[in-house]
Design a protein around this ligand. Structure first.
Ligand code: SF4
Length: 345
C-alpha cells in the first residue's frame, strides 16, 4: 500500500494522474496530509466519497505507532518511543522552552559513528529512515501539541543518527517541512546537527537551503576528538572548521558548535582557550552541554564550578557561549541519550 507521508507534491501529482484524476486533487491531498495532519481519508470532506473509498483501498497516511511517552518532571521535555512499520523503533523528543516548541527528529535507526559518549552510538547502526518516516515523527508530535492548543515552532535533526549519512531522505524531509502548502516552517527554524561529515556539509552549502547547521565538536584538538568521535580521524578539526566557515559565509548564518563537557576529558580552562583559538573569525555560538551519564560509559559530568569556568573563558574571549543544561535529563531525552533498544518495554 502506498504511503502518502513522504511524498512530494510532484509525486502526489504523479500518483493522482495514475488514478486518472484531475491534477488539483494532488494539492488537496497534499494539504490534508501535511497541513491539516489528517490520518484518515474519511476526514477529507472536499473529496468525493467514492474517491475517498478508492484512496483508502490503495493508500495509507503513515504507519508510525507510539509505543511509549515519557515527560520530564518539570514538563520541559517529552520523549516518544515510536515504532516503524518493520518493527524498528526510534525516539523523538518534544522540547518546551519558553514560547518555543522544538521537535527533535531521528534520521537513522541507531548510528554508525560510534561516538564514545553517545547512547545511540553504542547501539550500532540498523538502517536509514525514509523521508516519510522522518516526517511521521513530526506529524505525530505536532498532533500531540495541537491537542494542547500549541504549534511546532522549530525542528532539529539531533535525534538518533547522522543526517549527512542519510542525505537524500533528510533533505527531502527538509523540503517538505518547508513547503508553504504543508507544514510551512521557515529554513531558519530548521537545524541540522552533524558529527562533522565534511562532504555532506559541502553538499548542503551548494543546495541553496539556508537551514541552520550545528556541529557536534566536543574537543579542540584532534587527539581528544578522535578519542571521543572516531569520525574525526577521517575529517579532522582543521578541515571541519574550514568547511564550517564556508557554510556560514555562503548562508550568512552563525554556526552552532555543540560541546559536551566531560569531566577531565575536555573541560579544563586550557581546553576552553584552545577552543577559542580554533574558532577564531568564524561567526558562531558555542552551546555547552554538561555530560549526562549513561549506563556502561565511564564518563562523568564535571562539577558546576568547572562548567562555569569553561563558559567564562569563552565569554571573556567574546564568544557567545550558552550553557544548555539538557532538558529532559530525568527521562534520558537529553543530548546523546536516545536509544530505542527498548523492545517490548
Ligand atoms: S553523537 Fe550523533 S553522530 Fe555520534 S554516535 Fe551519537 S547519534 Fe551518532
Amino acid at each position: 500500500m502506498m504511503n502518502l507521508v513522504g511524498m512530494s507534491l510532484e509525486e502526489m501529482e504523479e500518483f493522482i494522474r495514475s488514478l486518472g484524476k484531475e491534477r488539483y486533487r494532488a494539492r488537496q491531498l497534499f494539504r490534508w496530509v501535511y497541513k491539516k495532519g489528517a490520518s484518515d481519508f474519511e476526514l477529507m470532506t472536499d473529496l468525493s466519497k467514492s474517491f475517498r473509498e478508492e484512496l483508502s483501498g490503495i493508500a495509507r497516511i503513515g504507519s508510525i505507532r507510539e509505543v511509549r511517552r515519557l515527560t520530564s518532571r518539570d514538563g520541559s521535555a517529552t520523549k516518544f518511543l515510536l515504532e516503524l512499520e518493520d518493527g524498528e523503533r526510534v525516539e523523538s523528543v518534544l522540547i518546551r522552552d519558553e514560547d518555543r516548541r522544538t521537535v527533535c527528529l531521528s534520521c537513522q535507526v541507531g548510528c554508525p559513528l560510534g561516538c564514545k559518549f553517545c547512547a545511540t552510538g553504542k547501539m550500532g547502526f540498523k538502517r536509514n529512515l525514509t523521508a516519510g518516516e522522518i516526517l511521521e515523527q513530526l506529524l505525530h508530535i505536532r498532533k500531540v501539541l495541537w491537542r494542547e492548543g500549541e504549534e511546532v515552532t522549530n525542528v532539529v535533526f539531533m535525534g538518533m543518527g547522522e543526517p549527512f549519512l542519510n542525505y537524500e531522505q533528510v533533505m527531502k524531509a527538509v523540503r517538505l517541512i518547508r513547503h508553504e502548502m504543508g507544514i510551512a516552517l521557515g529554513a531558519r527554524r530548521i537545524t541540522l546537527s552533524t558529527a562533522g561529515i565534511v562532504p555532506g556539509m559541502e553538499r548542503l552549502s551548494k543546495e541553496g537551503v539556508p537551514i541552520g547547521l550545528a556541529i557536534s565538536l566536543n574537543a579542540a584538538d584532534d587527539a581528544t576528538r578522535t578519542e571521543l568521535m572516531p569520525i574525526n580521524s577521517r575529517y579532522p578539526i582543521k578541515v571541519l572548521i574550514k568547511v564550517a566557515e564556508g557554510f556560514s559565509r555562503i548562508y550568512k548564518r552563525r554556526i552552532t558548535f555543540e560541546y559536551v563537557l566531560i569531566y577531565r576529558v575536555n573541560d579544563s580552562p586550557e581546553h576552553a582557550h584552545r577552543l577559542a583559538e580554533i574558532l577564531k573569525g568564524i561567526p558562531c555560538k558555542v552551546n555547552l552541554i554538561p555530560y549526562n551519564p549513561i549506563p556502561d560509559v565511564p564518563f562523568e559530568r564535571p562539577p558546576d564550578e568547572r562548567i562555569l569556568k569553561f563558559q567564562e573563558v569563552l565569554l571573556s574571549r567574546n564568544y557567545t557561549a550558552t550553557l544548555r543544561d539538557s532538558k529532559g535529563r530525568d527521562i534520558q531525552a537529553a543530548c546523546g541519550q536516545l536509544r530505542a533498544s527498548t523492545r517490548g518495554a
